[in-house]
Design a protein around this ligand. Structure first.
Ligand code: MN
Length: 415
């Protein structure tokens, strides 16, 4: 008799609809968009520490930052560009010749030239016409190509821009030499189905040689949309460690990689067993705590407390875990608490070679429950209060700001 399969895997049913490239090129944005997370700033040395791990685990492209932002930022990009990393170091530039010069001077081999595309950005932010955006884009793409850089052309807010303009702009910059085109869902409003339509339409109209996407997480869809883009054949998805980035962040590196590896069985070439180490490093350096329930790297992602669940896990991990924690460099945790059941206690006692009688087990279980329920939450409350205090004002406080204004003698002037 043939053994029945323990779980069904329906992903093969959709295999013919997927056009995932054999070797996706993960483009990490942790050091650029990730650094734009409110309150986050990295020193050049901190960027290098993160970059070394990213490069070691197999991420092929790192956006190191925007050198024209500050001298320190330029130093960061230079440091990474000359660190002998296996990953290619990319730096970003607006469609301004001085920005491109700064990238050329940094030693980065890759450049991302970005400009906004939607009417709301053009009219209210850039105060430029579509023709002016096109002219500035062509000029800077040619400038970067002439300097021998690999050029990615990015528009912000691509998916809220008039398609006719997007088509014209991207077609022309590609003709001018742009090597890779990046479509951005800057405010995270795509859904997987709409994004699939958009990318198919984009491909039909623009015929990109090489396509990349930049997805934001405002509605919690960044990973899903990025996965959709990969399913549509997009080669270079943007990702950030721990899903860092502006506002609600970008697509999380670990989530996108594990979706491909664990759900679709694709070998990404990323050393997934080091993802937790990377996540913890970025948490520590950025100061942005990982949500306890964050997929894969959150503290609870491989923890079990409820009796029914621990019982199941002890019998077979497939019952309540979709993947082994070791895959991302973690350990399973059995939590003893209010919801614990006897099976977990039996297993725990085994650690010391103890077997207990049924009445003693019942007694022990009652004590575990009572003890945890009676436990004071004051430490946790204190921690949360501090956490909120720190995160409600991650930058300068109002008091600090106004003290600075006063110390400079800044006063109202008559208009
Ligand atoms: Mn962004």
């Amino acid at each position: 008799m043939v053994e029945p399969r323990l779980v069904e895997d329906y992903h093969s049913s959709t295999a013919s609809e997927r056009h995932i490239p054999e070797h996706p090129i993960f483009w990490d944005e942790t050091l650029r968009d990730g650094e734009q997370t409110p309150g986050v700033h990295f020193s050049p040395e901190e960027k290098l520490r993160i970059a070394e791990v990213l490069s070691d685990i197999g991420i092929p492209i790192l956006n190191a930052g925007i050198p024209v932002v500050s001298e320190k930022e330029a130093r960061s990009v230079e440091l990474l560009a000359h660190a002998g990393l296996k990953a290619k170091v990319l730096a970003a530039a607006r469609t301004v010749p001085a920005d491109v010069d700064a990238v050329i001077a940094s030693g980065a081999t890759h450049i991302a030239i970005f400009v906004a595309a939607s009417n709301v950005h053009l009219q209210y932010k850039l105060k430029m016409t579509q023709d002016e955006v096109l002219a500035a884009s062509l000029k800077t793409v040619r400038q970067a190509k002439a300097a021998g850089l690999h050029v990615a052309f990015v528009t912000e807010d691509t998916v809220r821009a008039p398609f006719d303009f997007v088509e014209r702009l991207y077609r022309e910059v590609q003709e001018a030499g742009a090597d890779r085109l990046v479509v951005s869902d800057t405010v995270g409003i795509m859904t997987p189905l709409t994004f699939r339509w958009y990318l198919q339409e984009f491909r039909r109209r623009v015929q990109p040689k090489d396509l990349s996407v930049h997805c934001h997480n405002d509605f919690g869809l960044a990973t899903a949309n990025t996965l959709t883009a990969l399913e549509c054949g997009v080669i270079a998805p943007h990702v950030c460690v721990n899903g860092l980035g502006e506002r609600a962040g970008n697509a999380s590196l670990e989530e996108v990689v594990l979706c491909l590896e664990s759900l679709y069985g694709i070998r990404t070439g990323i050393k997934t067993e080091r993802l937790y180490e990377l996540s913890q490093l970025v948490e520590e350096i950025s100061g942005v705590p990982i949500a306890a329930n964050k997929a894969l790297v959150g503290y609870n992602a491989f923890s079990h407390e409820a009796g029914i669940h621990t019982h199941g896990i002890l019998a077979h991990t497939l019952t309540y875990e979709p993947l082994q924690p070791q895959v991302v460099g973690r350990e399973r945790q059995m939590i003893l608490g209010k919801h614990t059941g006897k099976a977990a206690l039996v297993e725990k006692l085994k650690e010391r070679g103890i077997t207990a009688s049924e009445p003693l087990l019942t007694d022990l279980l009652q004590r575990v429950k009572t003890e945890t329920e009676a436990r004071s939450k004051s430490d946790l409350r204190h921690f949360l209060k501090e956490y909120r205090r720190l995160f409600e004002h991650p930058g300068l406080t109002d008091v600090e700001f106004w003290t600075m204004v006063d110390s400079l003698g800044i006063r109202a002037v008559a208009q």
